[in-house]
Write a protein that binds this ligand. Structure first.
Ligand code: HMG
Length: 386
């Protein structure tokens, strides 16, 4: 049987972070609430010259290493931090990466679920067009606002993966347990640059959606909880995924072991919520931080996007996958970040681009290869560093 799946996977996050202990102290909160109660340690913060386009382009550049860019015939970009109501942010990324003019580019939206939608739509396309490749990018900046309960669950990141009929990392199984329901747990109207969220309600709906998705997936596949060797969950904060895993185990009358999920948390604990990207950063974290050979093992995936759409699906890790991981690059990227203090974090957070069409130049901060250099006549300007 023909196999389709992920040939290459990489992620990128901003070059700055805030230690959540420092945030807790500044907000007069017991630091244990953030580190133990939420399970988070560091939070990626974006400087003025980094946005969802630069995050996306930097992650895609790494995912495309060794792949002929002309082979990419479709790019699907998932985001809920879009920069334009009409033009897909992927077109800026397409330009920065020098992809083929014959590559179709579209933006997808459904909160954090859109990355999963990109995966499934891309797989359907590849099954019809097995000689082609699809680049899926999930890119987001999680913003709740200063002094809000959601503040310690902010973060940013982009994950990029190439789907093809030569899946060197993971193939996916056909059963998909889907759950859609109109709920107002988290949303962001066009006039707001921070999310509105009913935090406690959102955690309740996440768990309910998981149960519904699991039941549907299980009916279709006949698989049991124990048929899945590892699990990757959407990661708004680590404790949420731990609770989800405990709930799923309980539902199936099983005990949980930290091994089943812990390695998928390592990267997100250091960068926070990356919305659409978090599930795939979790997958990179699992593959790159597990010593044991996971070849032929089944992984269960749960994607949740507020609003809400959720999905449970599964994949099989491919033999030889370790040779195709970008572990050193990802670890070096996380370890070489600059720690910001509260003053820089708040100044980055409140920075705004002019909205009157005036020409504004952004001085360089520490970024990857691509940066936002300014804005002129309402047009964002990007540059590739030499
Ligand atoms: P909160 O109300 O400030 O916190 O907000 P809390 O009172 O619920 O405490 C959090 C946990 O810390 C609790 O643990 C406390 O007991 C514990 P739990 O009881 O839940 O297990 N705690 C402590 N632990 C140790 N030492 C202490 C201490 N004090 C308390 N001293 C909340 C928390 C998550 C609600 C807030 O941060 C928030 O609103 N975040 C944003 C929403 C969110 O992340 N929701 C997740 C589900 S929805 C989702 O995943 C979709 C999303 O990614 C968006 C999308 O789809 O686009 C968000």
């Amino acid at each position: 049987m023909k196999k389709y799946g992920i040939e290459s996977l990489s992620f990128y996050t901003s070059r700055y972070y805030l230690d959540l202990i420092e945030l807790a102290v500044a907000r007069g909160i017991d630091p244990d609430k953030y580190t133990t109660g939420l399970g988070q340690h560091l939070m990626a913060v974006v400087p003025p010259d980094e946005d969802v386009v630069t995050l996306a382009a930097n992650s895609a550049k790494s995912a495309l290493a060794g792949i002929d860019p002309n082979e990419i015939s479709m790019m699907l970009v998932a985001t809920e931090s879009g920069i334009d109501q009409s033009k897909a942010l992927g077109i800026w990324v397409h330009n920065l990466l020098g992809l083929s003019p014959q590559c179709r580019v579209v933006e997808l939206k459904q909160a954090c679920y859109a990355g999963c939608a990109g995966l499934q739509l891309g797989l359907s396309y590849i099954s019809q067009n097995p000689h082609k490749k699809v680049l899926v990018i999930a890119t987001d900046i999680a913003r709740y606002g200063l002094h809000t309960p959601g503040e310690p669950t902010q973060g940013c990141g982009a994950a990029s993966f190439v789907l093809s009929a030569n899946p060197k990392l993971v193939t996916f199984e056909p059963e998909q347990g889907i759950f859609t329901s109109h709920v107002m747990d988290f949303w962001r109207p066009n006039y707001s640059d921070t999310a509105f969220v009913d935090g406690k309600f959102s955690t309740k709906i996440y768990l309910e959606a998981l149960e519904q998705c699991w039941k549907s997936y299980q009916e279709q596949s006949g698989r049991k909880f124990e048929d899945h060797y590892r699990f990757c969950y959407h990661l708004p904060f680590i404790r949420m995924a731990q609770k989800a895993h405990e709930r799923l185990a309980r539902l199936n009358g099983k005990e949980t072991t930290p091994d089943a999920v812990e390695n998928s948390f390592i990267y997100s604990r250091q960068l926070g919520n990356s919305y659409t990207a978090s599930l795939f950063i979790g997958l990179a974290s699992l593959l790159e931080n597990t010593q044991e050979d996971l070849s032929q093992k089944r992984v269960g995936f749960f994607s949740y996007g507020s609003g809400c759409v959720a999905e449970f699906f599964s994949g099989i890790i491919q033999p030889g996958y370790k040779e195709h991981l970008k572990t050193d690059y990802h670890r070096a990227m996380l370890e070489s970040r600059t720690r910001t203090g509260m003053a820089d974090y708040e100044s980055f957070f409140t920075h705004k681009l002019p909205q009157d069409g005036s020409h504004y130049v952004i001085s360089p901060y520490n970024t990857g290869l691509y940066r936002l250099s300014g804005i002129k006549n309402h047009e964002r300007l990007y540059e590739t560093k030499p």
